[in-house]
Design a protein around this ligand. Structure first.
Ligand code: CUA
Length: 335
């Protein structure tokens, strides 16, 4: 037994893991936007306000409790309250500060959060919105459809700015949770059910989201981006995505069996296990934001998906370099 861990090793390893975790949290909080207190929609504004008020209230409450504890400790040798209030006064203090005040505060917060904020962040009906988007969670990517059009994409939801978008979410397999922290609260995507939420971005930009319900090995690599565009830019994007694929030589792609899992509209590739690739080159990333969509990454991803995203449904397939080059060239032509 040469590589047996001593308690010291274990301690060091736990410390290193904690450090890495804290660093990851820091990076997630700062670098990748995903900042729930930097709202970019009216819904997230109301959630953020609620959060700060609750945090402020909790801080005041905590300070009060600590102060009373301290007072009790400082006066531990002396009987009675600091000032003479009598038995009735003491009862009033207990009922007022200890019961009535917390009940009043909690009821007020409950009404504010559960009646006002939840209703204002939900998408109660389609008529109050002007665009519908359907999202389906998969292990481990997001399918995105625009009802009434042929447009379908993956891991990237384009929406026009200052437009109420009715987002419906469900799942093709296990429970996922859809969350764009700058735009709204989470909705769970539950088998057999459809959840709804409104997206109503008040500025142009890219807002990162993340599956927030553990769904298996690559849960952490199940990210999604909401791309908020000006209305004309969104209309152009939607029209481009609704068109069938550009003509190209799909033979190497089809011969390798890629069409069993992927659809490319206008070709014989009609699979529905993995993302639709009809306009792959209009996307910014590959593998649910795991890799930037560059030619080098595309080549790396299709040759060894299990290295980039272990456990993903896409298998490592052995083909000769010439066939990979032909598939690369075809996928790069899918604008
Ligand atoms: Cu999907 Cu976690």
């Amino acid at each position: 037994m040469t590589n047996r861990e001593t308690p010291n090793d274990r301690g060091r390893r736990a410390l290193a893991l904690c450090g890495a975790g804290a660093f990851a949290l820091l990076v997630a909080g700062c670098g990748g936007n995903q900042n729930a207190v930097a709202p970019a929609s009216p819904q997230e504004h109301s959630i953020t306000t609620l959060f700060w008020v609750m945090l402020g209230g909790a801080t005041v409450g905590f300070a009060l409790v600590v102060a009373l504890l301290w007072l009790g400790y400082a006066r531990r040798a002396r009987p009675g309250l600091p000032r003479e209030v009598g038995e009735r006064g003491a009862t009033r203090l207990v009922v007022g500060l200890g019961i009535a005040l917390p009940v009043a505060l909690l009821v007020a917060l409950f009404i504010w959060s559960d009646v006002f904020v939840i209703t204002s962040t939900a998408a109660p009906n389609k008529s109050s919105t002007s665009l519908a988007v359907n999202v389906v969670g998969h292990d481990w990517w997001w399918e995105v459809r625009y009802p009434g059009t042929a447009a379908v994409t993956a891991n990237e939801i384009h929406i026009p700015v200052r437009t109420r978008v009715y987002l419906s979410g469900t799942t093709a397999d296990v429970i996922h949770s859809f969350w764009i922290p700058e735009l709204n609260r989470k909705i769970d995507l539950i088998p057999g059910q459809t959840g709804h939420i409104v997206l109503d971005a008040d500025r142009v930009g890219v807002f990162r989201g993340q599956c927030s319900e553990f769904c298996g090995l690559q849960h952490a690599h199940m990210a999604v981006a909401v791309v908020v565009q000006s209305k004309p830019a969104f209309r152009r994007w939607l029209a481009a995505n609704a068109a069938p694929a550009r003509p190209g030589n799909a033979s190497a792609f089809l011969a390798a069996g890629c069409g069993d899992c992927h659809q490319i509209r206008g070709t014989a590739a009609r699979g529905d296990v993995g993302p639709d690739l009809t306009h792959l080159q209009l996307r910014r990333t590959l593998a649910a934001l795991t890799l930037a969509n560059t030619p080098a990454n595309l080549d790396r991803w299709i040759r060894h998906p299990q290295a980039a995203k272990p456990g993903s449904r896409m298998p490592d397939v052995r083909l000769g370099d010439a066939r990979w080059a032909a598939i690369d060239a075809y996928l790069r032509s899918l604008h």
